[in-house]
Design a protein around this ligand. Structure first.
Ligand code: COA
Ligand code: MG
Length: 290
């Protein structure tokens, strides 16, 4: 599904069977079952087994399922990837990706484990080097099912020393670079998490900022963050109505051959019709999920 909604993408610690169960009742578009940052070193094998059991049991409905492995240079990666491939998620998310070669290698390893079949790859973008080489990294999408970037803003803060506040001025370059890289190859791109679960005003502000940037959605850490995120990252009813008006105007035989029209007082070009079609498709995909 090319217009799959990714408004709310909720992380959960893979070693916690209770939260994996809880996810079946939550209205998030996607779930990331984590084996990396949210799992202590001595719990990595438990996390693999817990995730495998949860996915074998099913019950996640239309929610997109993503498994996050540990980094490719860790002692855990080989076993993580083996479990993840066998569990058949919608995508495998690999942290700390820094080069195109890494993505190509992950794709080759997945096919090797999976009778030649690929599985979609998502990458965490969370190091300075990844930001500075983002176009090259994303170009791996030309030959592999490399489908999405996920911003790792906590790790970026750790690596750069930049302060991760609500407004994120020190991160504007990194966020924007990743969005532009992803969009060169029609990939999805999902914003980083908001750590201060109690601060709903700050959270809402940052969701709106992410939406304005062009992110498809936001990664989340707590169920209380889902509802606001779904609302902010969905096209507004008035946006959908205006999108439909643009499509209708361009389809009107009276406007045949015209490249630019006035719709509800605003200039609409063919590029706006293309944007309108996308808005309508996303709105319909969201409706279909409910
Ligand atoms: N996914 C699914 N369910 C979750 C959840 C999550 N990420 N976080 C909390 N819940 C559930 C709890 O299990 C609890 O369920 P219950 O009411 O049925 O008992 C309910 O939501 C309320 O949780 P709460 O008590 O407010 O939170 P907590 O103190 O148990 O957990 C965190 C707080 C931060 C530890 C937890 O939210 C968490 O682990 N978040 C994800 C962290 C993560 O994966 N990080 C990696 C990427 S940054
Ligand atoms: Mg991280």
């Amino acid at each position: 599904m090319t217009n799959r909604p990714r408004r709310s993408v909720l992380y959960m610690p893979g070693a916690n069977a209770k939260v994996l169960e809880k996810a079946k009742t939550l209205p998030c578009d996607a779930i990331i079952m984590d084996m990396e940052d949210a799992v202590a070193p001595e719990m990595k094998q438990i996390a693999r087994e817990t995730i495998a059991a949860a996915l074998a049991g099913g019950g996640y409905g239309a929610r997109e399922i993503i498994i996050r492995t540990n980094g490719i240079n860790t002692e855990y990666f080989k076993d993580d990837l083996k479990m993840a491939v066998a569990a058949k998620p919608d995508a495998i998310l690999v942290p700390k990706i820094e080069s195109k070669a890494e993505v190509l290698s992950i794709d080759a390893q997945i096919r090797e484990l999976n009778n030649g079949q690929s599985i979609d790859i998502w990458a965490m973008i969370e190091t300075p080097r990844a930001i500075l080489d983002i176009f090259n990294i994303c170009s791996a999408a030309q030959t592999t099912p490399f489908k999405a970037l996920v911003m790792g803003t906590n790790d970026l803060a750790k690596e750069t020393g930049a302060i991760l506040d609500v407004e994120r001025a020190p991160f504007l370059y990194a966020l924007s670079a990743a969005i532009n890289g992803a969009k060169c190859f029609k990939m999805a791109v999902i914003d980083g998490v908001f750590n201060d679960i109690q601060n709903m005003d700050g959270y809402e502000w940052q969701c709106n900022q992410g939406k304005a940037f062009g992110f498809d959605g936001k990664t989340l850490i707590h169920p209380s963050q889902i509802e606001k995120c779904n609302e902010i990252f969905a096209p507004k009813p008035e946006e959908v109505a205006y999108a439909r008006a643009i499509v209708v105007a361009f389809a009107d035989p009276e406007n045949a051959g015209k490249g630019v029209l006035k719709v509800e007082g605003k200039m609409a070009e063919i590029l706006h019709r293309d944007m309108a079609l996308k808005t309508i498709a996303i709105a319909e995909a969201i409706e279909a999920m409910q």
